[in-house]
Design a protein around this ligand. Sequence first.
Ligand code: HEC
Ligand code: HEC
Ligand code: HEC
Ligand code: HEC
Ligand code: HEC
Ligand code: HEC
Ligand code: HEC
Length: 261
Amino acid sequence: MTAKTKRYRLKIALVSGAVAWAAAVISCTTVSRTVVAPPEVAGATYVGSDDCAICHEAIATKFVGSTHAKLKVDGGNASEIGCESCHGPGSIHVQNGGGLFSMINPAETPDTCFQCHLDKRGEFSLPNTHPVLAGDMTCSACHDPHEGSASVGTGAPLAGVSASCLECHSAQRGPYVFEHEAVARDGCTMCHSPHGSVNQKMLKARNASLCLQCHFQEQTGPSTISIGGRDHSGFLNRGTCWSAGCHEAVHGSHVNSSLRF
Ligand code: HEC
Ligand code: HEC
Ligand code: HEC
Ligand code: HEC
Ligand code: HEC
Ligand code: HEC
Ligand code: HEC
């Protein structure tokens, strides 16, 4: 072996699972772009996901149809590297009949994910984030790396996302006497950026515009600001809609239909 680990210079493109199917449908359904780099295992080469299925049947079965299953090595020897896009090339692991430490296991750090999702490192470096870079939480707390569109939870995508948030944030679960429809219908990510934000509590906006995404109304006069059928021009300079003693129970209330507390 050379002193320097041999670098694999491979172009990875995300292609549609079934090539024939993709050709028959509109071309823009086929994503084809170069991503940064899969992880490396010194001395090993890619074998393809089929080989992994021999011993890791349960994972391989649910992996079918997931976004990462569609990653392929581009070029003459094109092969499917779905599993290996996160675990590194598997020839040594397979030759040895499996075993620990011959594959990369991204359970401990998000570095493997950042190799392709560079922008996410930036999002998790913002002032208010989930503690992933601090090492208290991994990407797989919210993303199932082996299944579907990769967000943990079952059912419809949106319900699935909110359900996974509520596993840790039970205080926001309800049920409330007075629900805020935004939470149940549109989900947590309508107001929160789950990776991180410049705003406190990972909010998508730090002022009334967070709420006016949905509560904007046609204005009746130049000096009034009508929200919910009521003039708010005197209220908006007191603070945000949810501080200022107005709608503090943004997630839902047991006592007040205007979500005051
Ligand atoms: C011949 C059977 C066999 C094949 C083929 C195989 N594995 Fe494994 N793999 C194992 C065994 C056995 C273990 C150790 C399981 C344990 O003790 O928990 C393992 C462990 C792993 C681990 C955890 C390693 C760690 O250090 O935590 C990963 C990740 C993994 N395999 C991925 C793959 C991938 C990806 C492929 C296809 C390239 C593959 N395996 C092919 C048998 C196999
Ligand atoms: C998107 C990246 C990604 C892909 C693609 C991927 N894995 Fe994993 N894999 C992970 C992560 C992350 C973990 C650690 C999960 C955790 O946090 O416990 C893991 C853990 C494992 C383990 C260790 C045992 C376990 O369940 O914790 C095995 C074995 C494994 N993967 C096999 C596979 C196989 C086989 C494939 C393809 C069918 C595959 N992986 C595809 C990211 C990936
Ligand atoms: C607290 C939960 C949570 C954690 C932790 C988390 N994510 Fe996410 N992620 C989400 C949710 C929810 C979405 C969907 C966002 C939406 O629908 O607005 C998402 C979307 C994504 C997407 C697709 C959309 C996009 O923004 O590009 C990628 C890629 C992604 N996450 C990668 C990661 C990586 C990599 C990590 C770890 C470094 C990570 N995520 C950690 C909750 C999380
Ligand atoms: C080899 C490159 C590569 C690695 C490593 C990788 N991803 Fe991805 N991932 C992609 C590509 C390519 C896409 C699809 C295109 C896009 O949206 O950027 C994707 C999409 C996603 C999505 C959106 C899925 C969807 O269906 O909308 C999530 C979430 C995600 N990845 C999370 C992760 C996590 C978590 C890890 C680490 C465990 C990881 N990825 C590792 C290349 C990678
Ligand atoms: C695995 C557990 C877990 C999951 C899943 C999770 N979170 Fe968190 N969340 C945390 C932890 C830990 C913190 C940091 C708490 C702290 O610093 O006091 C946090 C912090 C937050 C905060 C800021 C709280 C504050 O007081 O500043 C918000 C908002 C939040 N999460 C929303 C979400 C949303 C939305 C989702 C789903 C997309 C989600 N979380 C999924 C564990 C989780
Ligand atoms: C309509 C917008 C909106 C939606 C939807 C929403 N939140 Fe919030 N959330 C807020 C606001 C605003 C705050 C800040 C409250 C404050 O500072 O007093 C907040 C604060 C939080 C906090 C910090 C604790 C607290 O009460 O201050 C957590 C945790 C949280 N939200 C989780 C969630 C979860 C989980 C969901 C989905 C079930 C969700 N949020 C949906 C607007 C929303
Ligand atoms: C995703 C859209 C959406 C967002 C964002 C949103 N809301 Fe709502 N909100 C609704 C819907 C839908 C209702 C129920 C129908 C209605 O009363 O307009 C509602 C109802 C309310 C009510 C009860 C009105 C009443 O008296 O019956 C209050 C108060 C409220 N929202 C405040 C807020 C605040 C404060 C924010 C920002 C933190 C916010 N909303 C963000 C969709 C949203």
